[in-house]
Design a protein around this ligand. Structure first.
Ligand code: PMP
Ligand code: GLU
Length: 392
């Protein structure tokens, strides 16, 4: 069989792979403290689940419009206005099967072979793969730990070529937990104004998981003039503990959204009707469960970060948000002659110590470990104990 080159170029999603490996070990005879994939350990709030039951009972079990049923699109518009001070028309919104599919569709719509997309590094594992699946090439722009993960306009500028078409922004950031500051966004906006061929994808899936010094703001809040080439991607997975429901959405220019809709209509069509009703309830209902979950993530952050820093050879900065601790394990790897790199460390942690974490090299940051605290206190403490024992 001859496989398409675009598929051979990519790797399976490392986060999902580790999650699957941890689940398999867990279901076998092992006990695994699962601090790998980032998905809320909380159950989906009751009111949202009830809306899904109602949808089934009331017969909302058929195809919906490709871009989402109208009342949900309205709820998405209301959400953008309420939370982000952004006004989108109905033809500027598309609901998809998770933020992941929205991002994929954007890549399919905007990128072609020979094009380049700027991916700030560290990056979420999926951006490079989606760029490559569109036949284009990811170009990495460092936002290094030593500089507090700041994404500078200078570094972006240096990476821009005649082939650059797209830049990814992700704040709060997976894996670093960093939230972009207004000044940073303003500098980036100034640069982008000089490059009118570039489109911007702003991935805001962790928007609500923010406890840093500044409120969450996106590029359009500081540079509304970039709206005609900016795509704001978000979803319900993280904030509402709804990873399995598969609902995400994008707001962007109508002409581009029409094309994205064409891609979606010829691939998956609209996401599950029942999930859409649940997402509607999530976005338009009581927002207190979100705040409660975020408070708990912050408590866990404050618990896990000092505990990680107390481990010999591990350094972990505090973060602004998300539910990840992104720890530097280079000193540990250097000290222990039986450890070669972060991948081997993560592998051994999983199989020998029973702790699932994701190696930093999956995010373009070798020597680091991403440790999710979207897990119960008990699981976190078991994980920490096992790390302590393994590290010595
Ligand atoms: N963006 C980032 C940065 C993520 O970590 C994830 C993880 N799920 C997604 C997008 C996609 O989320 P979903 O498809 O579940 O909406
Ligand atoms: N985004 C989450 C993570 O980074 C979930 C898995 C995935 O889709 O990558 O772990």
């Amino acid at each position: 069989m001859i496989y398409a080159q675009r598929v051979e170029r990519i790797q399976p999603s490392l986060t999902l792979k580790i999650n699957a490996e941890a689940a398999a070990l867990q279901n076998g005879d092992g006990s695994v403290a699962r601090l790998g994939a980032g998905e809320p350990d909380f159950d989906t709030p009751e009111a949202i689940k009830r809306a899904a039951h109602r949808a089934i009972d009331e017969g909302y079990t058929h195809y919906t419009a490709v871009d989402g049923y109208p009342a949900l699109k309205q709820a998405v518009r209301d959400k953008f206005r309420r939370d982000n001070d952004l006004a989108f028309d109905s033809d500027e919104i598309l609901v998809s099967c998770g933020a992941k599919q929205a991002l994929y569709n954007i890549c399919q719509t905007l990128l072609q072979p020979g094009d380049e997309a700027l991916v700030p590094r560290p990056y979420w594992v999926t951006y490079p793969a989606q760029v490559m699946l569109a036949g284009a090439d990811p170009v990495y722009v460092d936002a290094p730990a030593e500089e507090g993960y700041t994404l500078t306009a200078e570094r972006l500028q240096a990476a821009i070529t005649a082939r650059t078409r797209l830049v990814f922004l992700n704040s709060p950031n997976n894996p670093t937990g960093r939230v972009y500051r207004d000044s940073e966004l303003a500098d980036i906006a100034d640069l982008l104004r000089q490059h009118s061929r570039l489109c911007i994808v702003s991935d805001e899936i962790y928007e609500h998981l923010n406890w840093g010094p500044a409120p969450f703001r996106n590029l359009l809040n500081v540079a509304p003039d970039l709206a005609e080439r900016c795509f704001v991607v978000n979803g319900v997975s993280k904030a509402y503990a709804m990873t399995g429901w598969r609902v995400g959405f994008v707001g962007g220019p109508a002409e581009a959204i029409a094309r994205i809709k064409k891609v979606q209509g010829q691939s998956t069509a609209g996401t599950a009707s029942i999930s859409q009703h649940a997402a509607h309830a999530a976005l338009s209902g009581d927002q207190r469960p979100v705040r409660e979950m975020v408070r708990e993530y912050k408590r866990r952050h404050d618990h896990i970060v000092p505990a990680l820093n107390a481990l010999k050879g591990i350094e972990c900065p505090v973060s602004d948000g998300t539910f990840y601790a992104f720890a530097d394990a280079r000193a540990l790897i250097e000290r222990r002659t039986d450890l070669q790199d972060d991948q081997q460390l993560a592998e051994r942690l999983l199989h020998e110590a029973g702790v699932a974490v994701v190696p930093g090299s999956g995010f373009g940051a070798p020597g680091r470990l991403r440790i999710s605290f979207a897990a119960s206190r008990e699981t976190i403490d078991t994980g920490l104990q096992r790390l302590r024992r393994f590290i010595g």
